[in-house]
Ligand binder design. Structure first.
Ligand code: SAH
Ligand code: SF4
Ligand code: F3S
Length: 465
């Protein structure tokens, strides 16, 4: 599980409205799996159902409606969801009132009718582009009919729906700027579950960021599967990702801006230049490499070579010597040899990533890789390789964090440290976690912290004025 998945995990079943004592109000339990985009979609769903009079509950057993927003990226993600749905089916059968169970998101899109027919687990199935149809689908399900809408759209961006923020921290907001993906990496299910790429109108993005700031948020993360291909045509005006960043950073100078995910084949120097020009665009890029071997990259259909990737890293360091870089890596992709794996290790050493999200390859139905290549690396070898890259990355992350010792970092306070209520947890521009003792500052403040110590995952220090 990566930290983005962890984030959603921590937020599972999080109430987004006050529990109400009015028994006539219907109660919703909403749980999210997968990436930040899925989490951001749950905020859209929450908004649509709030308008239908739903109030939330953190207890599935109190709910009239249980919704699970699902992820299909790897088989283990799907297995976890299936287990949860079994649990909810049990709750439903034991409840004294009628309960509906709905499955949303990428697994709903992938499995479609199967959920209603074979599995008999759920009453409502809704794909990522059909959430506006939820009220009508729920009515259908209430009257005992099958309720499903998994139509993908070429236009839907939910731009006009003001999300109900589910993240209880109130400091960082996640804002989708585009949907879908046109890339067709051979291992990836996302183009099938999220459909064609489309970008959201820049004004609605800027307005949402402004409204987040006015509501106390101090940081936004712009989300898209490939933010570098953001493109919105407004009459004669074409706005690309660097333009969007520039406008946002200029119009909202007090807001910290992050984004994810950048794609190595599309990340331009224009974006790097805009990042370097604005202090409020955080110096952190998530740039998934997937593999260090050209033959694997080619089979993955990633659209770049190892050399191109290293050139992008060079460019980042030229524009912003202090920029942190994280990555995603898959071990044991089809026909990956020991030498391919070694090249991934070598690339990791050469780049010195600040952080990495690492996964064993999981074959996904209908993908190009499933149709064209053999999933022929044994689970044992996949796992050995994964453990090897995890242990290399752990040491690299530790070394990268040591570099901050004896420096002063600007830190945005996100909330209490998990381990101690007398300490704050925040992040610097480079996304490193910083822990320091509380004094008179508050959550959402940006403060200067002198770093005295570091571990594999965090920095520790004291506030300086
Ligand atoms: N759009 C992003 C990634 C989205 S999915 C990008 O292009 O980089 C997040 C990560 O999950 C991917 O970067 C990849 O490392 C991993 N992933 C995707 N499909 C996978 C699969 N079939 N098996 C294992 N890991 C996978
Ligand atoms: Fe999947 Fe590739 Fe699109 Fe990322 S860019 S979502 S890995 S197809
Ligand atoms: Fe995200 Fe999982 Fe879908 S990673 S886009 S929720 S398949």
């Amino acid at each position: 599980m990566n930290s983005r998945e962890l984030l959603s995990e921590q937020l599972q079943g999080q109430p987004f409205l006050k529990n109400t004592t009015n028994p006539s109000v219907k109660k919703l339990f909403l749980e999210s799996y997968g990436c930040q985009m899925n989490f951001s979609d749950s905020e859209i769903v929450a908004s649509i159902l709030q308008n239908e009079g739903y109030s939330t509950t953190a207890e599935a057993s109190h709910a009239d409606l249980i919704l699970v927003n699902t992820c299909a990226i790897r088989d283990n993600a799907e297995q976890r969801v299936r287990q949860r749905l079994q649990d909810y089916k049990k709750i439903k059968s034991q409840s004294s009132k009628p309960v509906l169970i709905g499955v949303l998101g990428c697994m709903a899109e992938r499995l479609k009718k199967k959920f209603l027919e074979e599995e008999q687990l759920v009453d409502v199935v809704v794909g990522p582009d059909a959430y506006r149809d939820l009220p009508q689908l729920l009515q259908q399900a209430e009257s005992g009919q099958q309720a499903i809408n998994v139509m993908l759209s070429r236009e839907e961006t939910y731009a006009d729906i003001a999300p109900v923020r589910l993240d209880p921290n109130g400091v960082s907001a996640f804002i989708s700027i585009m949907r879908g993906c046109d890339n067709m990496c051979s291992f990836c299910v996302v183009p099938f579950t999220r459909g064609r790429e489309r970008s959201r109108d820049p004004e609605s993005i800027i307005n949402e960021c402004r409204s987040a700031y006015e509501n106390g948020y101090r940081e936004v993360t712009l989300l898209g599967q490939n933010v570098d291909s953001y493109k919105c045509i407004n009459g004669a005006d074409t706005i690309n990702f660097s333009d969007l960043l520039d406008r946002l950073a200029t119009q909202l100078p007090q807001l910290w801006i992050r984004f994810s995910t950048s794609h190595p084949k599309d990340m331009t120097d224009a974006v790097l230049k805009v990042m370097a020009q604005h202090h409020n665009i955080c110096k952190y890029i998530h740039l998934p490499v997937q593999s260090g071997s050209n033959s694997v990259l080619q089979k993955m259909n990633r659209g770049y070579t190892r050399e191109w990737y290293l050139n992008r890293i060079q460019s980042i360091k030229t524009w912003m010597p202090d920029c942190a870089v994280s990555t995603d890596i898959i071990t044991g992709f089809c026909e990956e040899s020991d030498s391919d794996h070694q090249q991934t290790l070598d690339l990791m050493k050469e780049v010195g990533f600040d952080y990495a999200y690492m996964f064993m390859y999981s074959e996904r139905p209908k993908t190009l890789a499933e149709r064209k290549f053999k999933d022929d690396v044994s689970p044992l070898v996949k796992n050995q390789r994964l453990q090897e890259i995890i242990s290399l990355q752990r040491n690299t992350s530790k070394l990268q964090l040591e570099k901050y010792r004896n420096t002063v970092q600007e830190v945005l306070i996100e909330g209490d440290s998990k381990k101690s209520a007398s300490h704050w947890m925040g992040r610097n521009s480079q996304n490193a976690v910083v822990i320091f003792p509380k004094h008179s500052e508050s959550k959402g403040d940006r403060v200067r912290v002198k770093i005295d110590a570091s571990t594999f995952t965090s920095l520790f220090g004291n506030r300086v004025l």
